[in-house]
Design a protein around this ligand. Structure first.
Ligand SMILES: *Cc1c(COP(=O)(O)O)cnc(C)c1O
Length: 397
């Protein structure tokens, strides 16, 4: 998955454009910038690639989620439904706004289970936030139906799934709002960065203002701009956007390599009885950044993880025991360990997750192994890896 593996001249050329003028900021300094507007250019390019009307770049994927929620008016006391299997950024972005993260079970897609989502909806629910973990998506049609029925927003966290699609639409472009991350380990990277996309002009207008201290971006004198509402600073720099431009131009090349490598490994594992692949909803295509599969039992998954590592098959994850991606190890969240006091709305409405029953999630995540697909492997590397994996797994199940 990581774009940092294939990094070179194109990225350097883009960054040099910015360094030559010295204008590192995305706004203003028109006369000095030699016509270079890297953030704007990347926003146009991403809008076209994602078939979305509007894109706003920000400083991280976490910032993208926060800005996306804020742009749609999510605030104190609003409930946002998100999965037990995700990255901590999901609940962080919700808490940053004084809103309440409501954790919900995942199913064999490793993303939100629509029937569990339906049960979690209350009069305070405002957003359903599926997270397209490890390159594949939730059942977006069912989630969209729930949103339509209850008047909720659909926000896709596509930070790990850029380039995947659902019913021929790019992931991230299907909901009311979609978010991407370009941090260092994502499919394309710019060091640190993110983007939110939407077809809604009001949300977009709110987002670019909110992400820049409330600046309305009217006219060409920043000091004279108005501030229609409170904002914050989630800006991206021109240097980061420049790297992102070079990487976005290579996205389809990266996806092609991932698909080739994924397919070789998957075909080798299809012959191992007892291995069940993750379900991809009908009409969905992964971005092939990970190959995900289940073993019949939790102990076997632990053993597989251990033995794959011992055999030199690196980059396979057992998320069930991971500190950052699964609710079981989020004791800072479940025990509300904040530096300062949390807002009253959050303290009153946050369920007691130390007592929660997410056995349905445990059933899937506890038996899952996720293997990172790298770009830099040779075909021989991939075939050797596929053989080693089939051997290890065949000896366990
Ligand atoms: C990486 C990631 C984020 C956050 O992105 P950053 O750019 O690291 O802040 C959010 N959600 C998911 C699912 C991610 O994998």
């Amino acid at each position: 998955m990581p774009g940092f593996e294939l990094f070179g001249e194109q990225e350097q050329k883009q960054v040099k454009d910015v360094l030559d003028s010295g204008v590192l900021m995305r706004y203003g300094f028109d006369g000095m910038r030699n016509g270079h507007w890297k953030a704007k250019e990347l926003e146009y390019a991403l809008a076209e690639r994602m078939q979305s009307k509007h894109v706003h770049l920000v400083s991280s994927g976490t910032a993208a989620l926060t800005v996306a929620l804020a742009s749609a008016g999510v605030g104190a006391g609003d409930e946002v439904i998100l999965p037990t299997f995700t990255f901590v950024a999901s609940f962080e972005s919700v808490l940053a706004l004084g809103a309440v993260p409501i954790l919900v079970d995942v199913d064999d897609t490793l993303t939100l289970d629509p029937s569990a989502v339906a049960k979690a909806i209350t009069p305070n629910t405002k957003v359903i936030m599926p997270v397209h973990m490890c390159g594949s998506m939730a059942d977006l049609q069912k989630l969209q139906e729930l949103c339509d029925q209850h008047g909720l927003l659909l926000l896709e966290d596509a930070c790990q799934a850029i380039g995947g699609s659902y019913k021929d639409k790019p992931l991230g472009s299907i909901g009311d709002l979609g978010c991407f991350s370009f941090d260092y380990v994502k499919t394309i990277t710019c060091g640190e960065g993110g983007a939110m996309i939407t077809n809604n002009g009001t949300y977009y207008g709110n987002a670019h203002k909110y992400a820049d201290h409330g600046h309305d971006h009217i006219g060409n004198d920043r000091g004279a701009e108005a501030h229609p509402f409170l904002g914050y600073n989630y800006r991206i720099s021109e240097l980061h956007a420049a790297v992102g431009l070079a990487q976005l131009a290579r996205l389809d090349e990266f996806l092609g390599i991932q698909k080739r490598h994924y397919t070789i490994i998957r075909e080798a594992l299809e012959d191992v009885p007892g291995i069940q692949f993750r379900t991809v909803p009908a009409g969905g295509e992964e971005n092939y950044s990970f190959l995900n599969f289940f073993l019949p039992m939790e102990e076997q998954a632990r053993e597989a993880h251990q033995k794959l590592g011992n055999e030199g098959v690196d980059g396979c994850f057992y998320w069930f025991d991971n500190n950052w991606h699964y609710y079981r190890k989020w004791e800072h969240f479940t025990h509300k360990k904040s530096l300062g006091k949390l807002p009253k709305d959050v303290l009153e409405a946050l369920p007691d997750y130390t007592q929660a029953d997410f056995s349905a999630s445990d059933h899937w995540v506890g038996r899952n192994i996720s293997c990172l697909i790298k770009l830099g492997w040779s075909e021989e590397d991939v075939r050797n890896r596929a053989r080693a994996m089939a051997n290890v797994l065949g000896g366990i199940v």
